[in-house]
Design a protein around this ligand. Structure first.
Ligand code: BEZ
Ligand code: MG
Length: 581
């Protein structure tokens, strides 16, 4: 009977829904940070100027080849190209660099943090509204949003709730995709569980599934037989079930609806209509997905079973192919051999890989895969019930050709929170152990336009350049003092989480982070003054990454990093620099 008022991010309907279920919370929504284009800085500005000049030159002139060499050198200095051998196909390289620079300049990033009760300033509002406009929000809404972003509604809602008055409800979501979340200061709710995935999600999910297959094959690989797909609650809630629809599309299945239009199971799309083999999909659900979406969990398990039991040639149905094989190998029933929907034990959440990375107490990467497997080996069957299925999980992992997850929003990149490497990184490492080699890892980004699939390495590079190493991003964070430094450090720790789980982070990320935050004395002093603990942690994380062989700095850089770490530790312990000298 005690009222429970809970300030909650407007873009987090999934965890918000759990807060309501567990403790009857009345949520009072607050806004996510302003959005802004990443923009260019330092060497990227110079490179863009050279690229612009290149376009004005007469093809074949001597200047073209000189400028081509300069561009290669500039790009190499930014780790966007190799320094050698010299390019013999300038024109093609330069076109590719131009699109890389465009992507970096226009990528959307969250800028700073939101402070509850404070509205955006004019500049923040303008850049946020520009992002909404680009996302296709119409003029009337844009005008409404502009007005609403200027009113303080969050603290006033909290005060209203404390007075025992009504807080109006609204569905949670991302500002760019769902401006209806304005005004904030409302009680967010989730979704109608009977109507997920929506017709729109099914259409888009099929497209994104094909895009994943095309991207994978464009690198010269065969059609994958098994894909490990990570499903969260948030990304599905915000996209009306987009990632669930992707899983169905890969398997060649669709939802079944009862006469009231409510979700009641799955059915198979005939092979003639599908036009390609059914791809085997191993699903790992977050604990939140499992809690929020039991109907969809059952539907996915049913889809896998229906495919495994379909009387179809195995070369057109990889689920059946693998299930028949495992039945023989493990002497189990088809029901067991068709289990593809894995999650935690009831009441448990997460893979704990993030905790291992955080405390650094691990010796071998295989330990990370093992902890993932131990946590995530509970399989949901057609009846929706979960059971421990360690052997089945290992059998399915042995066949995994690639791992994939969708970004859930602009606000949360794969290096923003530790849950992405915990789930997607964790399964990649577990699959690598079973297969004996690393597997490709992809990120689906549908936050803009028609969507794009990037390799994990590309995604981490993009986020590093537009966020962690971008003065616009880190200065925006540092305005928030203590919390800003903590956020910079956690981006770096999450990056190391990707190195540890996938080995797919390019070493320059650590080199540039070292130069930007540790070797630059003025910056190091700022970080140490604002948050001495996080500053030490950052330096030590870079050293840890070096010890673990995720990058190999030259002797001078390493020595400087070691000295800086000692200096930061001394300051943390209160030994003054002068006294130590
Ligand atoms: C989810 O919605 O499933 C989720 C949210 C945050 C972290 C991990 C999972
Ligand atoms: Mg949490």
């Amino acid at each position: 009977t005690t009222p429970n008022l809970y300030l909650y991010a407007a873009n987090n309907p999934s965890e918000g829904t759990i807060a309501k279920r567990r403790s009857g919370a009345t949520l009072i929504s607050y806004l996510s940070p302003p959005l802004s284009q990443a923009g260019l800085y330092r060497g990227l500005v110079d490179l863009k100027a050279s690229l612009t000049r290149y376009r004005t030159l007469e093809p074949g002139s001597s200047e073209v080849s000189d400028l081509g060499q300069l561009i290669q050198a500039q790009a190499a200095g930014l780790d966007l190209s190799e320094a050698e051998p010299l390019w013999d196909d300038h024109a093609k390289r330069i076109t590719a660099l131009q699109s890389a620079i465009l992507e970096l300049e226009y990528t959307l990033i969250p800028h700073g943090l939101h402070i509850v009760g404070q509205t955006m300033d004019a500049e923040e509002r303008a850049s946020t509204l520009a992002s909404l406009k680009e996302a296709g929000v119409d003029a009337k809404r844009l005008t409404d949003a502009e007005a609403m972003l200027q009113d303080e509604t969050e603290l006033s809602a909290l005060l209203r709730a404390l007075d025992g008055r009504f807080i109006r409800p609204v569905a949670g979501g991302d500002l760019v995709r769902t401006p209806e979340i304005l005004p904030t200061g409302r009680n967010i709710h989730g979704f109608d569980p009977f109507r997920l995935p929506s017709a729109f999600a099914l259409k888009d999910g099929a497209k994104q599934a094909e895009l994943l297959l095309t991207t994978h094959r464009a690198s010269g690989r065969a059609l994958p037989e098994t894909i490990a797909l990570v499903l969260w609650g948030t990304d599905n809630l915000k996209s009306e079930g987009g990632p669930i629809a992707q899983a169905l599309a890969l398997m060649g299945a669709e939802p079944k609806w009862d006469s009231y239009g409510r979700l009641c199971g799955a059915s198979l799309i005939p092979l003639e209509k599908l036009g390609r083999p059914r791809i085997d999909v191993m699903l790992t659900l977050s604990g939140i997905f499992r809690d929020l979406l039991p109907l969809q969990t059952k539907m996915l398990a049913e889809a896998a079973y229906l495919a495994a039991s379909a009387d179809e040639p195995v070369e057109m149905n990889f689920i059946r192919k693998h299930a028949l094989h495992v039945m023989q190998e493990q002497n189990c029933t088809l029901d067991t051999a068709a289990l593809r929907v894995f999650s935690n034990a009831d009441g448990a959440y997460g893979a704990n890989v993030n905790m291992m990375i955080e405390n650094g107490r691990w010796d071998d990467e295989d330990e990370l895969g093992a902890v993932f497997s131990a946590r995530k080996s509970f399989a949901h069957g057609r009846d929706g019930k979960a059971s421990s299925q360690t052997a089945m999980m290992q059998a399915v992992l042995r066949g995994v050709d690639l791992a994939y997850q969708n970004l859930e929003s602009v606000e949360l990149g794969v290096t923003t929170i530790d849950h992405y490497f915990d789930s997607l990184g964790g399964i990649s490492r577990a699959a690598e152990k079973q297969r004996g080699e690393a597997i490709p890892v992809y990120i689906g980004d549908q936050t803009r336009g028609a969507g794009v699939v990037r390799t994990l390495s590309e995604q981490v590079a993009l986020e590093s350049r537009t966020r962690l190493l971008n003065p616009k991003w880190y200065e925006g964070m540092l305005k928030h003092g203590h919390e800003g430094v903590r956020s910079i450090e956690s981006h770096l720790t999450n990056t190391m989480g990707w190195s540890a789980t996938t080995g797919q982070v390019q070493p320059w990320v650590y080199q540039k982070a070292t130069e930007t935050f540790v070797l630059d004395e003025a910056m190091r002093n700022r970080l140490a003054a604002l948050n001495p603990k996080a500053a030490v942690k950052l330096a030590n994380r870079l050293l840890e990454a070096q010890r673990r062989d995720f990058w190999n700095p030259d002797a001078e850089t390493l020595a400087a990093l070691e000295r800086a770490s000692e200096d930061l530790e001394d300051r943390l312990e209160g030994i003054s620099v002068e006294a130590a000298a």
